[in-house]
Write a protein that binds this ligand. Structure first.
Ligand code: GDP
Ligand code: MN
Length: 393
C-alpha cells in the first residue's frame, strides 16, 4: 500500500527522524491559512506540494514556492485540481520552504532475494535515481541490513561517508538507521528519502547568521499489504481516493486479484491452484488476463464480484473457471455461474472445470445450461486458449 508523503513523514517523525514541520490543506483557503501560520512562525517562503501517490511531482509542476499568503493561495489554485500522471490533486502539503544547500538520495527497500533490507545512498540526490542507476551506477552505494540486527553502526557510517556528508555524517548515519527502524516498525517494503537535504536554517534573532541541518525533505513509504493485519492503525492511511477501483472491489470482497496483460480470465479457488492454472494456460499457448484466488469456501457474492472484476477487463476473450470443491460445493458454484452468465453484459466463452464435492451434479447442470466443461485442467486450459483465439480471429 502506498501512502501519501505527509503520512510517510508522520511515520518517520515517530521514529525520531528529522522532518521539517508541515500542514495538509484541501482548499485554497486552507492553504492561505497554513501559509499565514508558517510565515508568522518565521518562514520567508512556503513550499506547496501536491499530495498524490506518484513520483515526479516537481517536474509535473506539483511543487511550488510562494513568498506571501496571497501568492500561496494563487499557487494552490493551480495545484489543487491539476492532474499528475492521470491523478487529480485533492490536497497539498504546506511547509516552510527549505533553503537547500545540497540534495542527496537515501532509501531502504525490502530485497526479497537477499532476505535483507537493501540500503541505497547517493550524493546525486533530487534527480531521478533511476537515471543515476543507469548512467553512473558507481555513484550509488548499496549495502544490506540484517532484519534481526538492523543497520549496524559501521554500516551506517559507511553509508554516511559514501554520501560525502562532511560535518553532517553523524546525522546521516542516524537517519540511515532510522530508515531501517521505520522499515521494521511498520513492515514497510520501501522507505525512500529523495531528497535528503542539507538545508540552511535562519537563526532567528541570532546575528551569527545561519546554521545547517540535514533533513528529510521528501518521503515515500510503501507498506507490505500482507503485513497490514499486524498494523490495524495504519489502515487509516489508505487513500481510497487514489485506489484503483478494481483493487478496491477485490480487497472489499476478500479476493486476491492481480491484473495481467493476457486474454484469458482465470477464476480459481486457492492460490496454488490459481498459479497452476496460469502455468497451464501459458503451456497451452495462451496468456492469463489475471491471477484470481477466491479463497476458501467462496460464497456467491464473492464469485459475482470475481466475475465483474474479470469482465471489467476489455481484453478478456475467454474465462477459465477452475474450482476444487472441498467445502465449496460444486453444484452451488454451477448454479452461481449460470446465474452470473444470465446477468453478464458481455458474452465471453466460459470453460469450467469443477472437481471434488458434488462435481458430477455440477457437470450435469453446466452442460444443461450449455456451458463448456472440462474434465481435466489441461483440457480446460487448451479449450480456453482455443476459445480466446476463436474470439480474436
Ligand atoms: P517529487 O518531485 O515528487 O519527488 O517531489 P519532491 O518533494 O522531491 O520535490 C521535488 C524537488 O522540489 C526537490 O528535489 C527540490 O529540488 C524541490 N523542493 C522541494 N521542497 C523544496 C523546498 O522546501 N525548498 C526548495 N527550495 N525546493 C524544494
Ligand atoms: Mn522526491
Amino acid at each position: 500500500m502506498k501512502i501519501q508523503e505527509a503520512d510517510a513523514k508522520s511515520l518517520l517523525l515517530a521514529q525520531g527522524l528529522p522532518v521539517p514541520a508541515w500542514e495538509v490543506a484541501r482548499t485554497t483557503v486552507e492553504v492561505r491559512a497554513a501559509a499565514e501560520r508558517t510565515m508568522a512562525a518565521g518562514a520567508t517562503q512556503v513550499v506547496i506540494k501536491a499530495q498524490v501517490l506518484v513520483g515526479g511531482r516537481g517536474k509535473a509542476g506539483g511543487v511550488k514556492l510562494a513568498a506571501s499568503a496571497d501568492e500561496a493561495e494563487a499557487v494552490a489554485s493551480t495545484i489543487l485540481g491539476m492532474e499528475i500522471k492521470g491523478i487529480r490533486v485533492r490536497k497539498v502539503l504546506v511547509a516552510a520552504a527549505a533553503d537547500i544547500v545540497k540534495e542527496y538520495y537515501l532509501s531502504a527497500v525490502l530485497d526479497r532475494s537477499a532476505r535483507r533490507i537493501l540500503l541505497m545512498g547517493s550524493a546525486d540526490g533530487g534527480v531521478e535515481i533511476e537515471q543515476v542507476a543507469v548512467e553512473t551506477p558507481e555513484a550509488i552505494t548499496r549495502l544490506h541490513a540484517d532484519p534481526y540486527l538492523g543497520l549496524l553502526d559501521h554500516q551506517a557510517r559507511r553509508l554516511a561517508f559514501a554520501l560525502e556528508l562532511g560535518g553532517h555524517w553523524k546525522a546521516g548515519a542516524a537517519i540511515a538507521k532510522g530508515l531501517v527502524r521505520t522499515m521494521l516498525a511498520y513492515d514497510a517494503d520501501l522507505v525512500e528519502i529523495n531528497p535528503l537535504a542539507v538545508v540552511r536554517e535562519q537563526d532567528g534573532a541570532a546575528t551569527s547568521g545561519s546554521r545547517e541541518r540535514l533533513v528529510c525533505l521528501d518521503a515515500k513509504v510503501t507498506l507490505d499489504d500482507s503485513a497490514l493485519v499486524r498494523h490495524p492503525d495504519l489502515e487509516a492511511l489508505r487513500d481510497s481516493d487514489e485506489e484503483d477501483p478494481a483493487d478496491r472491489e477485490a480487497r472489499e470482497a476478500g479476493i486476491s486479484f492481480i491484473k495481467l496483460d493476457g486474454t484469458i480470465g482465470c477464476m480459481v479457488n486457492g492460490a496454488g491452484l490459481a498459479m497452476t492454472t496460469m502455468d497451464l494456460v501459458k503451456r497451452a499457448g495462451g496468456d492469463p488476463a489475471n491471477f484470481l484466488d477466491l479463497g476458501g469456501g467462496a460464497r456467491a457474492d464473492k464469485r459475482a464480484a470475481a466475475m465483474r472484476l474479470i469482465l471489467a477487463d476489455p481484453k478478456v476473450e475467454a474465462i477459465l473457471v477452475n474450482i476444487f470443491g472441498g467445502i465449496t460445493r460444486g453444484d452451488e458454484v454451477a448454479h452461481g455461474l449460470i446465474e452470473a452468465r444470465s446477468r453478464q453484459t458481455r458474452d465471453v466463452p466460459m470453460i469450467v472445470r469443477i472437481v471434488g464435492t458434488n462435481a458430477e451434479e455440477a457437470g450435469r447442470l453446466l452442460r444443461e445450461a450449455s456451458f463448456e466443461t472440462a474434465a481435466s485442467l489441461d483440457e480446460a486450459a487448451t479449450k480456453a486458449v482455443a476459445a480466446a483465439r476463436g474470439a480474436t480471429a
